[in-house]
Design a protein around this ligand. Sequence first.
Ligand SMILES: [Zn+2]
Length: 268
Amino acid sequence: MAPNEYEIKKQICEIGKRIYNRNMVAANDGNISVKLNDKEFLCTPTGVSKGFMTPEFICKVDEKGNVIQANKGFKPSSEIKMHMRVYEKRSDVNAVVHAHPTFATAFAIAGIPLTQPIMPEAVIALGCVPIAPYGTPSTTEIPDAVEPYLEHFDAVLLESHGALTWSGDLLAAYHKMESVEFYAELLYKARQLGGPKEFDQKTVERLYEIRRQMGIPGRHPADLCLNKGTANCHNCGSCSTGNGGTAKGSDEELVSEITKKVLASLGR
Ligand SMILES: [Zn+2]
């Protein structure tokens, strides 16, 4: 049975504490949302620390981000448009987390995407994490910048700002944020030690195959894309949208073709 609304509000507060306690947000930064149904979404309020929320802080909005219910003194996150764009484009997503984790944000500020294949879990869970171009907070610039990545990724860095993750449920979206930050921290530290030893293409392909066999939900750059081999296919797997969904199947040649393209982009 799906948890009731109050239980979900409590879970949002719990995840808020975790992102705050793990240095993924400072002061009142960050925001979290959960989809209840096509017309109702819960989200954290603006202007409060996500580490000190109780269920009555949580606001309810419609699919456009308009307030349905909010207790006195609370207004939905100023970044709600960014969350709603994810739900609009990804019907499989039920939770979105935005934070400023130290290492991931440092990469976002330096303009360096997380593309080096350095450890199995990061390759399997994330593949690579691209950077969505900078946009002014609270405007539609960030949703517009993130949109091209929604089809093929479940996590992006936001240039000069932070990170955004999404998934089928709140815990999974939060875990994705943890995975991004851990990957960024390892990459940062390995660079201090003279640079990470990257996996070769064969090793990456085997990890991608493991991901497929495990049937892990969500999107991943290892998945096939309909724009493969065309000018619309960016090396990172983030193709321009509008040509339909992601192709399903396991045509090995195509997989290896895509993998080659992904790997070509990893050489940066
Ligand atoms: Zn932010």
